[in-house]
Design a binder for this molecule. Sequence first.
Ligand code: FDA
Length: 413
Amino acid sequence: MSQTKFWHLNSILNIIRFIFGLSLVFWIIFYGGKNMSQKEIRNEKFDICIVGAGLSGAVIAERYAATSNKTILVIEKRNHIGGNCYDYIDNETGIRVSKYGIHIFHTNYEHVWSYVQQFSKWIPFEFKVQSYVQGKHVPLPVNIDTVNSLFGLNITTVKQMDNWLENEQVHFDHAPSNSEEVALSRVGRKLYELIFKPYTIKQWNKSPAELDPSVLARIPVRHDWENRYFTDAHQALPANGYTYIFQTMLHSKNIKVKLNTDFFAVKHFLQCGKTYFTGPIDAYYSDFGLKPLEYRSLMFKRVVIKNIDHHQPTSMVTHPSIITNYTRIIEYKWLPNQLYKSNDTVLLIEKSSDHGEPYYPIPNDDNKILYKKYQALARKEHNVYFVGRLANYKYFNMDEAIKNALYFFNRTR
Ligand code: FDA
């Protein structure tokens, strides 16, 4: 390509980027303007009220708007749509970052994959994660390279890896009753002590022995060189980010969105046919005298490094060592759905916390019993449905949240 043609193409691309950025700003202003006042909510009847503009709420809203003429109100207490999938362009670096932690879409559910095609172009992306252990970056999930690097071995075949793991694994004469036993039975004591035990303590502030087997039951171990974090059939990122998907899903004459509004502050005067609640189930019944459910949260520290290509070898590096108090560092510049090329990089350093937004339900016997009590209350409701990860008190990946919301919509429409 000639030099002139190249510059011509580049200017067109810059104009497209500019228009896209501008329309995003307009969209935000427009939404702010359309964001209903309390008076409007008070005076209007809605067929459907949805609490939460996250993935679960957006799917329900989109499905009603696409298949009926019903009026829909979405109430969101945050100042943006998208729930925990919300992303934005970092002011200082121009890099797209996710406000509530890295989000990689992956699924084996064909109907979910085909559903999300309507709202975005998707860029195939295979997520690679490394762990920083004893001064080295090693692949995670544990694979042949991980154990060779950490223990100075020279495993060269899958058979040798099978044997090594078999020797390491601790065999119990009963089904594992907690996460320590699960991890020991899957990876053995050396890897458990080096990676999984300290990381779990940092993440949950509890020893794996105090946690339900389900917490570590799904730790993947690879018997070969597979270094992709997920092995699902579909793995991708939305070309224009996740927030764009939510804008598309909620764009309908029948959907009204009310941001910055806590449902409980307006509940008494809302006039709704059906209500879909995607917030924490224990918050819905907070005046029923039950103990609150326990959640684990995250704190994110933003660090900008100027004039650098990349800071770390991959988008996510976990830090199991107890010497540091953070659990993982995300470098969004690695993700291929960036709008601009930046000379700098921005890191989001994650630290686990007891306080803050409810991210991870804490699965132990007490919480399981307590959740059942909340579930019993929910079953007695008429025209109120509990949807999503907070209402189910269960960690959902995005595809599971979509699947669950589609299922609920079909069952309750
Ligand atoms: P979500 O929490 O997103 O939405 C609920 C909404 O309800 C929130 O916006 C909240 O503000 C609102 N709300 C609550 N109470 C309210 C009230 N009283 N009034 C008004 N609004 C209220 N998945 C995946 O597939 N790949 C990944 O890589 C990741 N990564 C990831 C990282 C981290 C750190 C977390 C915590 C989670 C993930 N996930 C993930 C999971 C993903 O975030 C999850 O599947 C979806 O966010 C679930 O969407 P929901 O709508 O159910 O909840």
